[in-house]
Design a protein around this ligand. Structure first.
Ligand SMILES: [Zn+2]
Ligand SMILES: [Zn+2]
Length: 366
């Protein structure tokens, strides 16, 4: 253990839906095999909002420390770290711990392991100064080194890896065109990833003009209001072919149904977004799916392999993950930050529990 660590730290504890408290608690004392990460950037994700609001309760343990998109520095370990890691290294943390034994795990699809446990609602997450990394996560390679990658960008590796999982499942690297429905943070990441994978024509659909502008600046061939996406317009953009691929990055039926008819033969659809309970029914044009051999595949979180690949793409600059974090707030203002996230003004908000905010980010949000 590191004797220079403080004894007490701040963290945000969710005791029940809507009951979120900032508390001073002892810095975790490590058990054999565990490591301690000092958080440098922890982002608010839609999943965090759904947990706070109580619209996601499945598998959520109370009390819980939210935050699963994060990066930080390894400050202590009890026992040996994996060979590629040292105390002081900066890492992004793959947020799932898998059983390693079920059929999904055996097939390399540990992200859909039924016995998996997730940082942020089953394992204490990153809206805290320090995060304890369980021994099985240290051992499994969940600590992924990021070198000099800035903290906010390293924290974006997680959502970007989720996009990578979805695009891998629809073979995006072999697609010429893609429709991305929804230009929120994940829609923007899908756009950037598709461009980095070589998809020539990416069209983004979103009703919000400021999000369409961001998409155009990030390489979208067009960014349209939903009312503008007509079969004629799509035919014109794709030279009559229709879309090879489509990513549904909004959990609403009307973000999926109208566009299924605009796919090219052999089209591939990734149902990326989670749908709120009770709104998860979508009408599928069965004959169009049948005659066109349409593939519709869901994706949930990401594999450790996706996470490592994306960390490499980000580290080498092959994909631009900058500009996604548009606000930084201290943990004391977490309620306000969550409200801003609900309103969708920012793409991603980083929560700071360490007090380094003033030193490192002063002036960046003016
Ligand atoms: Zn997330
Ligand atoms: Zn498993």
């Amino acid at each position: 253990m590191n004797s220079s660590l403080p004894e007490v730290m701040k963290r945000a504890v969710l005791h029940a839906p809507r009951d979120l408290r900032i508390e001073n608690v002892p810095v975790p004392v490590l058990q054999p095999g565990e490591a301690l990460v000092r958080v440098q950037s922890a982002l608010i994700c839609g999943t965090d909002l759904r947990i706070v609001d109580g619209t996601k309760t499945k598998n959520v343990v109370y009390p819980s420390v939210l935050g699963h998109e994060f990066s930080g520095e390894i400050v202590a370990a009890d026992g040996a770290l994996p060979e590629n890691l040292r105390i002081g290294d900066r890492v992004a943390v793959y947020p799932l711990v898998q059983c390693g034994e079920c059929a999904s795990c055996q097939r390399g699809r540990g992200n859909i392991c039924r016995n998996r446990r997730a940082f942020g609602y089953q394992i204490d997450g990153a809206f805290a100064e320090y995060v304890r990394i369980p021994a099985e996560a240290v051992h499994a390679g969940n600590l992924v080194p990021v070198g000099d990658t800035p903290a906010d960008i390293a924290a974006v590796i997680e959502p970007l890896a989720c996009a990578h999982n979805g695009q891998r499942l629809i073979d995006a690297h072999s697609a010429r065109s893609m429709l991305v429905v929804g230009a929120g943070p994940l829609g923007q990441l899908h756009l950037r990833l598709a461009r980095a994978l070589g998809v020539e024509t990416v069209i983004v659909v979103d009703p919000a003009p400021h999000r369409r502008e961001v998409a155009l600046a990030s390489g979208a061939a067009a960014a349209l209001d939903p009312s503008e996406v007509t079969p004629e317009r799509v035919a014109k953009i794709t030279e009559g072919a229709g879309f090879d691929t489509m990513v549904v990055a909004v959990g609403r039926a009307d973000a999926m149904e109208p566009y299924l008819q605009m796919l090219a033969p052999g089209g591939r659809v990734n149902v990326f977004a989670g749908f709120p309970d009770g709104t998860d029914q979508v009408r599928i044009p069965a004959n169009s799916v049948h005659y066109n051999e349409t593939t519709i595949v869901g994706s949930s979180s990401c594999t450790l392999d996706d996470f490592r690949r994306v960390a490499e793409l980000v580290r080498t600059g092959a994909i631009a993950a900058d500009g996604l974090v548009t606000a930084h707030l201290p943990i004391e203002q977490l309620d306000e930050a969550l409200e801003r996230a609900r309103q969708g003004i920012d793409l991603r908000i980083s929560i700071d529990a360490t007090g380094s905010l003033v030193a490192t980010h002063r002036g960046t949000n003016a």
